[in-house]
Each structure stands twice: as structure tokens, then as C-alpha cells.
Design a protein around this ligand. Structure first.
Ligand code: ARG
Length: 457
């Protein structure tokens, strides 16, 4: 039994299996610094209301500084009975400063303490991830700029659809990540509210200045209701949901790259591929497959924690301890995926010849229809006419761009000599010149906007 488990209320010891089942120190020690910062702020706050003297407060702050140093240089020793990071730090503090250490927890509970630590940790992780996203977006957009002239096929239903710029394809994935960054920014202010001073559930009995605590800890404000504050884990759910959507976007990009790689449109750097133990020729895109795969479990974590919260009575219940492993895992996974995705893109070699090979003249059938639209024919009609041209070419087993003017005119007399200019991929791409289209200037604008946005993160 530790500091709290075997308090005065308890006679017998704890079953060792229960200790193992109950403890969270093995994982929540990751919040050691947040826990110490919370305690330093609290030591100041209780001095402000006269619960302890300024001298005692200083002793606690100095002692906490020493505990922090032990964690920082790896000498902190976790002892049996250190149930969680809060008990461990307080136990060590008391060893270092003596009985005054026992005054720190006045009016405080591990319930408001753990909520405070977890919020601090989460907000820091979120800000950190925004920086990683900025790097990813910048590297990706610069890569797109470098290869802006390379053309390839755009698909719907995985069927060749229309010619696009390869850079336009990449920017389509970065556009989704820009939204993810915006969403992540949106959830931070809700997480960044201070629960400290909520006590176990009912509030703080010593009148601590919660606004002061919030300011000391860098929070944007204080939580509204003490019961809610001690059991609210919405901020964890929001991050897990966010990570599931973000990794879903990453998985889509990875899947596209796996397909483009299969078509030899890109070469993945050796640093992100692996070989086979049996087949010497193999070069497998493992990095991409893992990027594709991470979203599944990520969604599971979001669903899992939501299910844990469902039906929980007010206020703190030990179920809430289950939030940390998925939270930590989600943050680690997101950071790993960003590092790998950034590396894959930075080292990717497009093969412009092969990318262009995925184009076929039939993908200009819409352009053929648009040609007649420009001659004043209604689109519904031109779609039909162009379709007839596709069929004729198919029947004759030739490529549509080799149909003669006479053959085209037999289908529709409004085709003229200038129709042959339709069979030009570059021209087709350049016609998509409205905002967000695949014309060069439009892709360049997406690239510029993306890089400018990344600078704001
Ligand atoms: N370790 C716990 C958690 O992670 C905090 C302790 C609160 N425990 C308690 N019995 N009130 O949620």
C-alpha cells in the first residue's frame, strides 16, 4: 500500500495483484514534469491564502525542483507503493523536505491533479504535433513545386479519368492535412483550461485562487464546474478522434502511393522499403503499408475511450485512468507517422516517363466533348457525340486520337480541322484554370498557400 492506498482507513495490505492492476506509474510517469509544475503552482497558491507560510512554500518549490532534477537526469527511483506519478512525486518530495511535504496536498486531490497533468501534457503534445505538421506540409509543398511540370492520370473508381499534374495529386492530400491542422488548433483552447482547485469533486475548501493557478500553468482559463472538471476527458476523446481522422487521411495518401509505386510512377527510397527474406528481387513499400495501417487502431482508441466514458456516473471513477495509454499511444503514433511520411516524401523519386504512361488519349474524351461545347453545342449532346467517338475507336481497336477528321465528321459534321489540337494533355491540364484546378498557376497557388499556412502553425 502506498501513500494513499494504505491510509488510516485501511487495516490490511493490498493484494499484490491488485497493486499491479491498480497502478499507473508504469505509464503516467511520462507526465512527471507536468505533475511537478502543477505542484509548484499549487504550493504558491496555498501560500497566497495563508495555508502555509511563504517559507514553507519556498521549501516545497525547492524540493520539487530537486525531484524534477532527478527525473530529468534519470536518477528518480520508483519505489513499491508509488501507485502513480502523483504519489511518487509527493513521496519523494517528503523524503527530501521532511514533514512539510505533507502540507502540499491540502485541499487538493489526485482527481484535480491528474486532470491538470493530463491537460497540460495533451496541450503540449498537440502544439508539438502542429509543428511536425508544419514540417510535413512544407516538405510536401516544396516537393510538389519541384515536380510541378510532371503530368499523370487522375482516377475515379480507380479508372483513368482525366490528366492532372502529379503535384496536384500530392496537393490534394496536403489540402486534407491543412484541414486537420485547423481542426487540431480548434481543439486546443478547450483542452487548455485549468481544473486545479476543483478538489476531489466539490471544489477547494481553502479558497485558492484558481485564476492564479491557471495563469501560473499557462492555461487559458479555469474550468467551470468542479464535478465536471474532475471527470471530463472530452479533451482526450477530441484528440483521439482527431488522430483517427488525421491518420485516415495519411492512410489514403499511403494507399495512392502504393498504387503509383506499383505502376512504377515513383521510386521509394531504400530507407523506407524492406526486402524479402526469401525473394531477393523484392522491395516492399512497408513504410507506406504501416502508414496505411495505423488508422485502424487509431479509430479503435477513439471508440474505445468513448465507450469507457459512456454511462460513467459523476464524478471521478478509476475507469478514467484508462485514458492515458490510448492518449500516449495516439500521440506517439501520430508523431511517428508524420516523421515517416515526411521522410518518404522528401526522398521520393517520381518517374515522369512512367507517370505519363498512365495517360491515354481516351482520357481526353471530355475535352473532345468540351471542344464542341465551345462551338455552341449543348454539353448533353456533346457528351453523347464524344461517346460515339470512343465507341468507334474501340470497335476499330485504335486509339481515339487516331480517328481521322473524316471519321469524326461522319459522327458529327461540326468537327473541324482544329479538333486535332484536343489531343494534347498539357493543354487539357492548362484549361483547368479556375481556382483549385490542375493548371500550373492554380497548383502553384495551392503550394504557396500551403507553405504560408504552415508558417502559421
Ligand atoms: N492514477 C489515477 C488516474 O490516472 C489518478 C488517481 C486518482 N485516484 C483516485 N483513487 N482518486 O486517473
Amino acid at each position: 500500500g502506498g501513500l494513499f492506498g494504505a491510509g488510516g482507513r485501511f487495516k490490511g495490505g493490498t493484494d499484490p495483484i491488485m497493486e499491479k492492476f491498480n497502478e499507473s506509474i508504469s505509464f503516467d510517469k511520462r507526465m512527471w514534469d507536468q505533475d511537478i509544475r502543477g505542484s509548484i503552482a499549487y504550493a504558491k497558491a496555498i501560500a497566497k491564502v495563508g495555508i502555509i507560510t511563504d517559507e514553507e512554500s519556498q521549501t516545497l518549490v525547492d524540493g520539487l525542483g530537486k525531484v524534477r532534477e532527478e527525473w530529468a537526469n534519470g536518477t528518480f527511483e520508483i519505489k513499491t507503493g508509488d501507485e502513480d506519478i502523483h504519489t511518487a512525486n509527493e513521496r519523494r518530495l517528503t523524503e527530501l523536505v521532511g514533514p512539510v511535504g505533507g502540507k502540499l496536498h491540502t485541499g487538493r486531490s489526485r482527481n484535480d491533479q491528474v486532470a491538470t497533468d493530463t491537460r497540460l501534457w495533451t496541450v503540449e503534445a498537440e502544439r508539438d504535433i502542429l509543428k511536425d505538421i508544419a514540417t510535413f506540409l512544407t516538405v510536401g509543398a516544396e516537393f510538389a513545386a519541384e515536380h510541378i511540370d510532371t503530368l499523370t492520370s487522375g482516377y475515379t473508381h480507380l479508372q483513368p479519368a482525366q490528366p492532372i499534374r502529379f503535384s496536384h495529386w500530392l496537393m490534394s492530400h496536403l489540402a486534407a492535412v491543412v484541414r486537420d491542422a485547423e481542426r487540431l488548433k480548434d481543439i486546443i483552447p478547450r483542452a487548455n483550461m485549468c481544473p486545479l482547485g476543483s478538489g476531489a469533486l466539490a471544489g477547494n475548501a481553502f479558497g485558492v485562487d484558481r485564476e492564479f493557478l491557471a495563469k501560473e500553468l499557462g492555461f487559458d482559463g479555469v474550468t467551470m464546474n468542479s464535478l465536471d472538471a474532475t471527470c471530463d476527458r472530452d479533451f482526450v476523446v477530441e484528440f483521439l478522434m482527431w488522430s483517427a481522422l488525421f491518420l485516415t487521411h495519411i492512410s489514403q495518401m499511403a494507399e495512392d502511393l502504393i498504387i503509383i509505386n506499383l505502376l512504377r510512377g515513383v521510386t521509394i527510397d531504400d530507407a523506407y522499403a524492406t526486402g524479402s527474406s526469401l525473394m531477393p528481387q523484392k522491395k516492399n513499400p512497408d513504410a507506406l503499408e504501416l502508414l496505411r495501417g495505423k488508422a485502424g487502431i487509431a479509430l479503435g482508441r477513439a471508440v474505445g475511450l468513448t465507450a469507457t466514458l459512456k454511462g460513467l456516473p459523476r464524478a471521478y471513477n478509476k475507469d478514467l485512468q484508462e485514458d492515458k495509454i490510448p492518449l500516449f499511444e495516439a500521440v506517439d503514433t501520430v508523431k511517428d507517422c508524420l516523421a515517416i511520411a515526411t521522410g518518404v516524401i522528401a526522398t521520393l523519386k517520381p518517374n515522369p516517363e512512367n507517370l505519363k504512361k498512365s495517360l491515354c488519349p481516351e482520357m481526353l474524351a471530355t475535352d473532345l466533348a468540351d471542344y464542341l461545347v465551345r462551338k455552341g453545342v449543348p454539353f448533353r449532346e456533346t457528351h453523347h457525340i464524344s461517346g460515339a467517338c470512343v465507341r468507334l475507336a474501340e470497335e476499330q481497336n485504335i486509339s481515339i486520337d487516331t480517328l481521322t477528321l473524316a471519321q469524326l465528321q461522319e459522327i458529327d459534321s461540326r468537327f473541324e480541322e482544329d479538333v486535332m489540337a484536343v489531343w494534347d494533355y498539357e493543354a487539357s491540364v492548362e484549361r483547368k484554370s479556375s481556382i483549385g484546378g490542375t493548371a500550373k498557376a492554380c497548383v502553384q497557388k495551392q503550394i504557396d498557400d500551403c507553405i504560408a499556412f504552415a508558417k502559421t502553425l
